[in-house]
Design a protein around this ligand. Structure first.
Ligand SMILES: Cc1ncc(COP(=O)(O)O)c(C=O)c1O
Length: 361
């Protein structure tokens, strides 16, 4: 027993001391027998053609994947009308976030500004890279506080994450405010526009980040195959930007981390775009219905541009999540703050609405 403790103390001494301070990633829960509305996934399985491509790739599972992700990179580049040298594919956008921090941060004094609350992975990837997190509180109306974010820039700032639509608060950045903000960022600071939910945006005043890249070499746009493309379990994301930034992102790519199944699936998904985007349109229609019904039931919530809604319930958040679980629905609570609920099919949304109506606030 004593020897064991000694051994584990020795092991602890060789681990970076700041690692213990890194928060564990809290994923949406899956509970057998319950409807899961906790991870912003599309409820439908990948299209049949994508499943066939995965099967075909599985046959060659004894071989390493293409380390340069050549075919998929070319297809993504073609889809967006950009040169291949401006696209880097990664093992989900969460790992790309980490690669982006790695290419600009090297000293503990290096700072990364991000909105908070936002994507749960951000504080983790910043701390893993031994950089200094600079979280900036959202405004009262659940939006990025761009004025405060611009005011937080110092000579140590290396990177700024923006998340639009923001996970979990569902609000998106509008053209004017975003352009004003970008104009205030020094050219030696990298700005990462995380557009994981871009395909669900319907507000014409919310710009497509890719249209802002020209003339802004310090801006990159990040997308994922996890949401609209229904491939969360396969792990593929990509970043589009200046070729020199992209080259650096590729240098810190963990070798072979985008599997051959993932590459085949994402490639095939790009061939099914109309079908996949039609589902996103359906979700956007449902989103308005769910928002309206929740408001009619007495809830207050911001307008969503994503495939989820944000219900700022404050101290009642945990009680709401517990109530939903008793109704066999798993949502994503952020205790003391609010609840995030994925929008899916009309049937599933109805089940959630029925549960929400029964909650006594
Ligand atoms: C805003 C945002 N960025 C990035 C990610 C990570 O996505 P991926 O599955 O591509 O790693 C998520 C996942 O929920 C997200 O909400």
């Amino acid at each position: 027993m004593g020897a064991n403790r000694l051994r584990s103390e020795c092991v602890n001494a060789i681990i970076r001391s700041d690692i213990t301070a890194i928060p564990a990633y809290k994923a949406g829960r899956t509970v057998e027998g319950c409807l899961k509305l906790a991870s912003n996934e599309v409820a439908l399985p990948p299209p049949a053609a994508v499943l066939a491509a995965i099967n075909e790739a599985a046959v060659k599972g004894n071989r390493y994947p293409d380390p340069a992700v050549t075919g998929l990179t070319a297809k993504i580049a073609e889809r967006h009308g950009v040169d291949r040298g401006r696209v880097a594919v990664g093992c989900g956008s969460v790992l790309l976030c980490q690669q982006l921090v790695q290419i600009v941060c090297g000293r503990p004094t290096d700072e990364v500004i991000y909105p908070w609350r936002s994507f749960e992975g951000l504080p983790i990837v910043v701390q893993v890279s031994n950089a200094r997190p600079v979280p900036i509180s959202l405004t009262e109306d659940h939006r990025h506080d761009l004025k405060a974010m611009a005011g937080a820039i110092t000579p140590n700032t290396r990177l700024i994450f923006l998340c639009t639509p923001n996970n979990p608060t569902s609000t998106a950045l509008r053209r004017g405010e975003l352009l004003d903000f970008l104009a205030q960022v020094p050219p030696n600071v990298l700005v990462v526009l995380d557009e994981a939910y871009r395909e669900f945006v319907t507000d014409p005043d919310v710009p497509d980040g890719l249209s802002l890249l020209d003339g802004r070499p310090n801006l990159v746009v990040m997308r994922t195959f996890s949401k609209a493309y229904r491939l969360a379990g396969l792990r593929v994301g990509y970043v589009v930007g200046d070729p020199s930034v992209i080259e650096a992102v590729r240098k810190v790519y963990p070798a072979f981390s985008v599997s051959s199944l993932a590459q085949a699936a994402a490639s095939a998904a790009l061939d099914c775009l109309p079908e996949l985007l039609a589902t996103c349109d359906d979700v956007a229609v449902e989103r308005i219905r769910v928002q309206n019904e929740l408001r009619a039931a007495g809830y207050t919530l911001p307008d969503s541009q994503a495939n989820f809604v944000w219900i700022p319930l404050g101290e009642r958040t945990t009680a709401f999540a517990d109530h939903c679980e008793r109704e066999k629905i798993i949502i994503r609570p952020f205790p003391g703050d609010g609840a995030r609920v994925t929008i899916t099919s009309p049937e599933e949304n109805d089940l959630f609405l029925a549960a929400a109506r029964k909650f006594t606030r």
